[in-house]
Design a protein around this ligand. Structure first.
Ligand code: BG6
Length: 490
């Protein structure tokens, strides 16, 4: 339920995340009237600036394509204020508390939502100062936190240990923004709301599952952060594993957040740690035409970096439903296209009447162009018995052309405002996910002789990729040049 009398405090209000995601999401919710009517939004960061300058900055974060949106932005600015202060001293946080209290004057209940759009280095100290100085005594307190939640199991536990004395688990909202994406939220409905899929969703019928994340750009100035983390920590341990979990978990008892999260943890606990032999890593070099720089040419990246910008890895789930089925996760930067999708390849039909008929595939496109399509064999219309690969197709922009798909961050911020934890990461879930990745990460960090394979900027990734997926049984079928039409012009 959405609480009136709420103040949102964005810590790190002048940083990159606030600019790109937090403020646009808050504005999106505000202008569509999803926030409480009396909402107030306070920014806090180290940069000293006055109110006018701050609002100028907030405005610069938000696009205003029409006059109407511009007017809505004016109204949004009316609820925004700013406090400047350090992250590691009590005094400025007391100032912040005073500012919040002034805004809350006359309210019987005072609810505070703290959004931490902060780098990991200041994260703990800020959460402690907030608890000491800004914690509301007459209402709810919530703290929204962003990844990275540690770098491995040990550091994630340290972080959790530092947070736990101050913030109860029910007050903490750990964002994995993939959980806010429309198609990711649809996974439970697709699986459990369709008997024909649900009954085939297991090792007897599914041969492999692929989850693919591709971006057509490199680190471009973000190399400083990226080099410390690499593609596995940046998107696989969190975003791709979340997708995998939703694909593999058992049916929750209900849609309540704890029932869902209980099942997620349960399936994660059936996954042994990823073994290095089931992993390939790559790093992008210059594009073939020489126009795009290699990863190591990024000024913020050390010249000898062995940081992976591409990885393909296979996870297994040791339970009755999935034993033996490879879950292939692939992620890369500076590839040939932008795409995140799930590809579930079914087993061959039993032999006999057909020779080499392609396998069914269920493809769930998370972005761009949300869609679900099932590649299916059919008779080519006409007098012969020739078969053709065709599809059952649910392309959102065709089927739901008049509906707007919300931004992931809009959806998640609203959930946090309502106190719904379903799409946030629980402490034991985080622990279980790091356990699966940590041995591999330590292995890669320690073995200095493992050098990522180079692939050209703008390519599909390291040359061995197709052999790698084929070695886990994936059959690529080029049946009569089949290609799915996304209905888009680009
Ligand atoms: C972030 C990663 O979590 O997700 C980025 O840090 C990545 O490296 C981004 O680009 C991808 O998010 P989206 O929503 O654009 O797919």
């Amino acid at each position: 339920e959405l609480k009136e009398n709420t103040v949102i405090i964005v810590l790190g209000a002048s940083g990159d995340l606030a600019k790109k995601k937090t403020f646009p999401a808050l504005f999106g919710l505000f202008r569509n009237k999803f926030l409480p009517k009396d909402i107030k939004i306070i920014g806090y960061a180290r940069t000293k600036m006055d109110h006018t300058e701050y609002l100028k900055r907030v405005r610069s974060y938000i696009k205003t394509p029409t006059k109407e949106v511009e007017e809505q932005l004016d109204m949004f600015c009316d609820v925004c204020t700013y406090v400047a202060g350090q992250y590691d001293q009590d005094e400025p946080f007391q100032q912040l508390d005073k500012h919040i209290s002034e805004i809350e004057k006359g309210r019987k209940e005072t609810n505070r939502v703290f959004y931490m759009a902060l780098p990991p280095s200041v994260f703990i100290t800020v959460s402690q100062h907030l608890k000491r100085n800004c914690y509301s005594k007459q209402g709810i307190n919530r703290i929204i936190i962003e990844k990275p939640f540690g770098k491995d199991l040990g550091s994630a536990r340290e972080l959790q240990k530092a947070l736990a004395p101050d913030w109860k688990e029910e007050e903490i909202f750990r964002i994995d923004h993939y959980l806010g994406k429309e198609m990711v939220k649809n996974l439970l409905i697709i699986r459990f709301g369709n008997e024909f899929l649900g009954s085939n969703w297991n090792r007897n019928h599914i041969d492999s599952v692929q989850i693919t994340f591709k971006e057509p750009f490199g680190t471009e100035g973000r190399g400083g952060y990226f080099d410390e983390f690499g593609i596995i920590r940046d998107v696989m341990q969190n975003h791709l594993l979340q997708v995998l979990t939703l694909l593999a978990m058992e049916r929750p008892i209900s849609f309540s957040s704890e029932d869902i999260r209980d099942e997620k943890v349960r399936v994660l606990r059936c996954m042994p740690a990823i073994e290095p032999k089931n992993v390939i890593i790559g790093q992008y070099g210059k594009s073939l035409d020489g126009t795009k720089p290699a990863y190591k040419e990024d000024d913020t990246v050390p010249k000898e970096s062995r940081c992976p910008t591409f990885c393909a890895m296979v996870a297994f789930i040791k339970n009755e439903r999935w034993d033996g089925v490879p879950f292939i996760m692939k992620a890369g930067k500076a590839l040939n296209e932008q795409k995140t999708e799930i590809r579930i390849q079914f087993k061959d039909v039993t032999s006999g009447i057909f020779k080499d008929i392609p396998r069914n595939e269920l493809v769930i496109r998370i972005q761009p162009n949300e869609s679900v399509y099932l590649k299916m064999n059919s008779k080519l219309p006409g007098l012969s018995m020739q078969t053709v690969v065709t599809e059952l197709d649910l392309t959102y922009r065709r089927r739901f052309s008049d509906l707007k798909i919300p931004e992931a961050y809009e959806s998640l911020v609203l959930d946090a405002m309502k106190g719904d934890h379903s799409n946030f990461v629980r402490d034991d879930e985080l622990d279980a996910s790091w356990r699966i990745f940590t041995p591999l990460l330590h292995y890669l960090d320690q073995k200095k002789d493992i050098v990522p394979m180079e692939y050209p900027y703008g390519s599909r990734g390291p040359a061995v990729l197709d052999d790698f997926t084929a070695s886990y049984g994936y059959k690529f079928s080029d049946a009569a040049g089949y290609s799915w039409n996304s209905g888009s012009n680009n």
